[in-house]
Design a binder for this molecule. Structure first.
Ligand code: SF4
Ligand SMILES: [Zn+2]
Length: 115
């Protein structure tokens, strides 16, 4: 997993990040502060793509890329098992679709952080 984008994360070094991004409750209002931080994060698309690509499908938790677990579940359901990956991006293209936000993020990461 490429992790170099993490050094640009808006949540980097937030002392209360665990409470903010992994609230005790999963109701949407519990994520308000996290959503505000993510909204100003320059690597949100990459964060979202990474979460979708690596987190267990049956056990999503915490805020990543400005999306709650329920929102990521909805994205994955819409896009398929390769949501948020370069493969997903290529599948969209092959199908003549506009790539979704998560797959576009993964594609951007593939280009930007290719080594
Ligand atoms: S999108 Fe949100 S959770 Fe992801 S790196 Fe940025 S601030 Fe952190
Ligand atoms: Zn997609």
């Amino acid at each position: 997993m490429t992790a170099s984008w993490r050094s640009e994360a808006a949540c980097l070094d937030m002392p209360d990040a665990e409470d903010v991004f992994f609230p005790a409750s999963d109701v949407p209002s519990a994520y308000e502060r996290a959503r505000a931080v993510c909204a100003g994060c320059p690597v949100a698309a990459l964060c979202l793509a990474d979460a979708l690509a690596v987190e267990p499908r049956a056990k999503r938790y915490g805020m990543f890329g400005g999306k709650t677990p329920d929102e990521r579940r909805a994205l994955a359901a819409k896009c398929g098992d390769r949501a948020g990956t370069e493969e997903g991006y290529q599948r969209h293209r092959a199908a003549g679709e506009r790539p979704c936000h998560a797959c576009t993020g993964a594609h951007g990461a593939a280009i930007r952080y290719a080594s």
